[in-house]
Design a protein around this ligand. Structure first.
Ligand SMILES: Cc1ncc(COP(=O)(O)O)c(C=O)c1O
Length: 432
């Protein structure tokens, strides 16, 4: 049996950094990544047979836990009928109908294979529909790795950002404005200067790529007003928050909190594929009619609406729509976060957390950070040592302080209790 270390060494010989997505390499926290052999329910097992309570859930999709019987059954049946046809199937309609039924205001969707593809296509659609090029994104929000979206904030008052990655020409990001999250004066200033040239504003309404940060209600209210005033589209990237923070995603929550609220374009992923490569973007019928073959905005995909992925997504959506699902998931996640706060208080370590539905975050801080800069100023050293303490005790948290965590319906109170006990020991060890 190969150890994690042996597998990592072998992987690094053939895959850059030994991983197929950078965060898996444990670079932020140090140490050897665990090579996962299998998952069941709330648990994963690594190559050495070590069992972990899984708080990543494949970075969000596994809301039912691993190997849910109804999902496995649906996938197995779909497989026998064929892997991919490159022609339409009935299940694509069913999945589109299921998504639209849960997200009022979104009238049509197109299915794609990854969140990156969905975010990139949503941006192209907003640009095509408005005939404008510029758009705003927020520091700390991730919308996939398409060139115009890989942009970091400039220094000082500069609103136009710089590429975060080599290989992205400055020319490609010259239409991307980057603002701090939850910053009302910055938003007002950007609209005052560029409002009429903006195709859209893209936002993670509940951000999960700078740990867990909610957009404040005054900020979201103003953002909606400014977009409407200036004819810019409000794009809700719900790849992470969709069907995760609530059955109708963050959009349904903001609709409860802000009377008359509605986003213009929606981006989904993760949960709608139940762990298979599947994502989607949507909008009103009028806006979606801009897409090929109806309109001039081109977008396509060989594996889009894949029959096995749609079966997996549909079976997942069916389970999460059952009465009481989010109440139970939310209660479990709250128990975890409040429990972590209580344990930390006992031990004498500052810790504050937040959660919605099955998504959570915690910080070694007194108060919840409101934007990327304050998240990144939290105690990284302490987080990293805590992460490894938890890992050693069989609890797999996200391996970076700027990532959110995920609880699934398979997590039991006993799993939460085990996690809190591990947290107590890990925090005590930090103090010594
Ligand atoms: C909010 C958000 N948008 C887009 C993406 C990109 O999705 P994918 O990794 O499927 O390309 C992610 C991935 O984590 C995400 O969290």
């Amino acid at each position: 049996m190969a150890t994690n270390e042996e597998l990592f060494a072998r992987a690094q010989r053939v895959i850059p950094g030994g991983v197929n997505s950078p965060v898996r390499a444990f670079r932020a926290v140090g140490g050897t990544p665990r090579f996962i052999q299998r998952g069941q329910g709330a648990y994963i097992w690594d190559a050495e047979g070590q069992k972990y309570v899984d708080y990543i859930g494949s970075w969000g999709p596994m809301i039912l836990g691993h190997g849910h019987p109804a999902v496995v059954d649906a996938v197995q049946k779909a497989l026998l009928d064929g892997f991919s046809f490159g022609a339409p199937t009935e299940r694509e309609i069913e999945l589109a109908e299921a998504i639209l039924a849960l997200v009022p205001g979104c009238e049509m969707v197109r299915l794609v294979s990854s969140g990156t593809e969905a975010g990139m296509s949503a941006l192209r659609l907003a640009r095509g529909a408005t005939g404008r090029a510029k758009f705003i994104k927020f520091e700390g929000c991730y919308h996939g790795h398409a060139d115009p979206l890989l942009v970091k904030a400039g220094s000082g008052l500069a609103t136009f950002g710089f590429p975060t990655s080599a290989g992205v020409p400055e020319d490609v990001v010259k239409h991307t404005l980057v603002l701090p999250y939850n910053d009302i004066p910055a938003l007002e200033a950007a609209f005052a200067e560029h409002g009429r040239e903006l195709a859209c504003v893209m936002i993670e309404p509940i951000a999960g790529n700078m740990n867990f940060v909610r957009a404040s209600l005054p900020f979201m209210t103003l953002l909606r007003e400014l977009c409407t005033q200036h004819g810019a589209m409000l794009v809700f990237d719900e790849v992470m928050s969709g069907f995760r923070v609530a059955l109708g995603g963050a959009h349904s929550l903001f609709q409860q909190w802000i009377p008359g609220f509605k986003a213009d374009v929606f981006v989904f992923g993760k949960v709608i594929g139940g762990g298979m490569p599947l994502a989607a973007f949507g909008a009103s019928k009028e806006v979606m009619s801009q897409l090929a073959p109806l309109g001039p905005v081109y977008q396509a995909g060989t594996l889009s609406g894949n029959p096995v992925a749609t079966a997996c997504g549909l079976a997942t959506l069916k389970e999460i729509a059952k009465p009481g699902f989010y109440e139970a998931l939310g209660a479990r996640t709250t128990a975890l976060v409040r429990g972590l706060e209580a344990v930390a208080k006992d031990v004498g370590v500052p810790l504050v957390g937040d959660s919605l539905g099955g998504m959570f975050g915690f910080f070694f801080e007194q108060e919840l950070p409101q934007n990327y800069a304050t998240v990144m100023a939290t105690d990284k050293e302490r987080f990293n040592r805590f992460f490894h303490g938890m890992l050693q005790r069989g609890v797999y948290l996200a391996p970076a302080l700027y990532e959110a965590g995920f609880v699934s319906a398979a997590h039991t109170q006993a799993d939460i209790d085990h996690t809190l006990e591990a947290a107590r020991e890990s925090l005590l060890a930090l103090k010594n």
